[in-house]
Design a protein around this ligand. Structure first.
Ligand code: IPE
Ligand code: IPE
Ligand code: MG
Length: 263
């Protein structure tokens, strides 16, 4: 497995030490990241918030590359929440422009790494230019069999649960069944994340101890890792550190026995 990093991890580097510490049989199947702290990163440099978002793109590139090289089943990135519309128009526009540019510039590399791209969230509310770029990336990578990269856009955990309940109830109704038959599996099957493995690890950057409406259903038994690192400074080392930390936790899922993650 180390060979996938041979071209980038210098001998004796911190990367390499962390890579050596990773138990390849117990990788998290699905890692999600709340990419936070771009504004503070910019403020520390007396720059406009948008400069922080721009710098954050490099961190996205690095996380996607690392996730694919590690062989994660899924990586989900929180890029724009349903609440982020409250920000000034120029900031929202800048974020959307950067997303388009990222997809345009990175699509070849994403495809080369056998990554399947998708979005989660109510993307119908996004501008057509962004939606076109999303459609292009999703179609081009649809048959890739490697890591599934999901970018959460106009995403809200509560909205997702509402959407899933509606869809599940509609199916029950169509089958002439009672709403009392609604169960967790039926809701699971309607979530935006229905094609993704169980969420094992949730990372939040910039030290905030909150969930901000992300993957509310899916975090039920996820391990949470918070780092003080601001998103634009987040690189491979920090992601490897999160995974090593995750592997040191004992997960019990409410029982008494330690559960080792199957790959
Ligand atoms: C995260 O950085 C990026 C998005 C929410 C799009 P912020 O813009 O929230 O940065 P802070 O939290 O103000 O530092
Ligand atoms: C969460 O960050 C949303 C994204 C990372 C896209 P926010 O910066 O919007 O969250 P709060 O406002 O600190 O809760
Ligand atoms: Mg923030």
């Amino acid at each position: 497995m180390l060979k996938d990093f041979a071209d980038v991890a210098e001998t004796g580097s911190r990367d390499q030490k962390l890579l050596a510490a990773i138990d390849w049989e117990r990788l998290p199947r699905h890692v999600a990241i709340i990419m936070d702290g771009n504004g503070r990163w910019a403020a520390q440099r007396a720059q406009p918030r948008i400069a922080g978002h721009r710098a954050g793109v490099e961190a996205v590139r690095s996380a996607v590359d690392t996730g694919a090289r590690l062989g994660l089943g899924a990586l989900t990135l929180y890029a724009f929440s349903t609440e982020n519309w409250k920000r000034p128009r120029y900031e929202v526009d800048a974020l959307m422009r950067m997303l388009r540019k990222y997809l345009r510039l990175e699509l070849d590399e994403i495809d080369r790494q056998n990554i399947r791209f998708q979005t989660i969230g109510r993307i119908e509310k996004l501008a057509t230019g962004v939606r076109d770029e999303i459609a292009r990336a999703s179609e081009r990578t649809a048959s890739n069999s490697g890591m599934i990269l999901s970018v959460a856009l106009n995403y809200g955990g509560r909205a997702e649960i509402v959407d899933a309940c509606r869809a599940a109830l509609r199916k029950l109704q169509a089958e002439g069944k009672s709403i009392d038959e609604l169960n967790e599996q039926q809701i699971d099957r309607e979530l935006y994340t229905r094609n993704l493995p169980e969420l094992d690890l949730l990372v939040r950057t910039s030290g905030e101890l909150r969930i901000s409406n992300f993957l509310l259903w899916q975090i039920a038994y996820a391990e949470i890792y918070v780092t003080e690192t601001l998103w634009p400074d987040f690189r491979r080392v920090q992601l490897l550190q999160a995974i090593v930390d995750y592997q040191q936790r004992s997960r019990r899922f409410g029982g008494l026995k330690l559960v080792v993650n199957a790959k």
